[in-house]
Design a protein around this ligand. Structure first.
Ligand code: AMP
Ligand code: GLY
Length: 445
């Protein structure tokens, strides 16, 4: 955060004078939001960063306000109270609920799409429909609103298949079935047990794609699309990709198997046609369009879209970004992204997630976290807080994913070593982390 005097005012790319008294309001409370807050706090345009609701670590760089991200009138009122010159929405639920629309209607500049565009994430069926119309490569699928017809369909197809709840299910609504009984079980969880609520009463049965997964995120201002560097997420809880799916247990960026030429191809065959198809339907996309992809033998195919920064992708991508993030996010909100070039540090980033006991099925609250005074102690290391709180002057666990520790170094071997050195300094009861994050990349180079 910098207190910049009047003489240092800069001229924005649109030619108008932009004061550096910008108040930025970030919505959310995870490691992703901590990474955004830290970047925003280092922006020369920004005088103060606010966050709602934030967490104990975010409170070190931002003023935290106890307003839930689901409280749309409360967030609009907070944007007014803080005089926010930019509101950045981290998580998917408020985007799908229309927070960006309400803020924009109240006159605020918003980084994050409106509800109609966020449907790309909120409804897998809508995403498929848009991809079909736009000719974007994705897994073949059929959509069902009741058990009997879905059951009849799986009786005729070959396995494995993927059964997906249509709506938001916190990453848990995707089930890969290798045989008939498993597929029946998955359909039963959706339609009979109603494990995913209404989200599971509308089901997609998809072709199972084989290959390596990767995430390609891009900034978008409605027209211009600029890719962020690719990232490799680790979804399973245990080493060797075993155990249940999580929100993400680690990440690295860039991804050697996704060179710049492939990123450009993905932008041209996925992001650009999707944004154009939305535009044709009168829907503008502003914010981050995140494509989760399978690199198949027949080329990259889309697994899913997210309409926001990924978590933990953001914690591995942003430390390498040389640009002023706030300037880029404002450009997205104002439709001026074409005036900016993105530039990246050559260093490699590795991010390791530390999770609490019981995650992902449950989480443990109140375990004292020791060793966290290291923040900044190791050069090139960033400690991002996710599920943390402060009690009696100490940091304690307050959620499933507790910390994201990112390390930058000139090659993956060193950044990996550095990240795990930092992890080794932290201790809390029941802590879980994977020991194989970026191991494959470290072998590569
Ligand atoms: P999603 O929430 O749609 O990204 O799905 C979560 C995870 O399920 C993905 O990261 C993949 O590992 C897996 N997955 C989803 N759809 C497919 C598919 N069609 N083929 C193979 N794996 C899939
Ligand atoms: N890391 C996957 C996600 O943010 O959804």
């Amino acid at each position: 955060m910098s207190a910049v005097s009047g003489k240092d005012r800069i001229t924005s790319s649109k030619g108008s004078i932009r004061g550096e008294s910008l108040q930025v309001l970030v919505i959310g409370s995870g490691g992703r939001e901590h990474a955004i807050v830290k970047k925003a706090a280092s922006s020369s345009l920004v005088s103060e960063v606010h966050c709602a609701p934030g967490n104990a670590g975010i409170a070190r760089q931002a003023v935290c306000h106890p307003v839930a991200d689901s409280d749309i009138p409360g967030i609009v009122a907070l944007a007014r109270k803080t005089g926010a010159g930019l509101v950045v929405i981290g998580p998917e639920a408020p985007l799908c609920a229309g927070l960006a629309d309400e803020l924009a209607a109240a006159g605020f500049k918003v980084f994050g799409p409106g509800a109609a565009a966020a449907m790309l994430e909120g409804s897998k069926g809508f995403a498929k429909e848009v991809m079909l119309a736009a000719g974007v490569p994705t897994a073949g699928f059929a959509r069902f609103a009741e058990y009997a017809s879905a059951r009849a369909h799986i009786a005729q197809i070959s396995f494995p298949v993927v059964v997906k709840a249509n709506g938001l299910a916190a990453g848990k609504g995707v089930m890969i079935a290798t045989a008939m009984e498993e597929a029946e079980d998955a359909l039963s969880r959706c339609f009979v047990e109603r494990s995913f609520g209404d989200a599971g009463l509308d089901v997609l049965v998809e072709e199972c794609l084989i290959g390596h997964e990767c995430s390609v995120l891009a900034l978008c201002d409605g027209d211009t699309i600029k890719p962020l560097e690719p990232a490799q997420d680790y979804k399973r809880i245990y080493d060797g990709d075993r155990g249940p799916n999580t929100g993400g247990m680690g990440c690295y960026s860039p991804v050697p198997r996704v060179p710049p030429g492939l990123v450009d191809e993905i932008i041209e065959t996925v992001h650009r046609p999707v944004v154009a198809e939305l535009k044709r339907r009168g829907i503008e996309f502003k914010g981050v369009l995140y494509a989760g992809l399978m690199l198949t033998a027949a080329g990259p195919k889309v697994l899913e879209f997210n309409t926001r920064f990924g978590d933990p992708e953001t914690q591995a991508i942003l430390p390498r970004l040389e640009n002023d993030l706030v300037e880029l996010m404002l450009a997205c909100a104002e439709g001026a992204l074409s005036e900016h070039e993105l530039s990246w540090r050559q260093q490699r980033c590795v991010t390791v997630i530390m999770a609490s006991a019981g995650y992902p099925r449950s989480s443990s609250k109140g375990d004292v976290i020791e060793g966290l005074d290291l923040d900044g102690g190791l050069p090139g290391v960033e400690v991002y807080h996710a599920g943390t709180a402060e009690a009696d002057g100490k940091f304690v666990t307050a959620g499933g994913r507790v910390l994201a520790i990112s390390a930058l170094a000139s090659n993956f071997r060193e950044s990996r070593q550095k990240a795990y050195q930092a992890v080794a300094k932290v201790r809390f009861d029941g802590m879980q982390f994977r020991t194989d994050i970026a191991a494959e990349a470290a072998e590569d180079r």
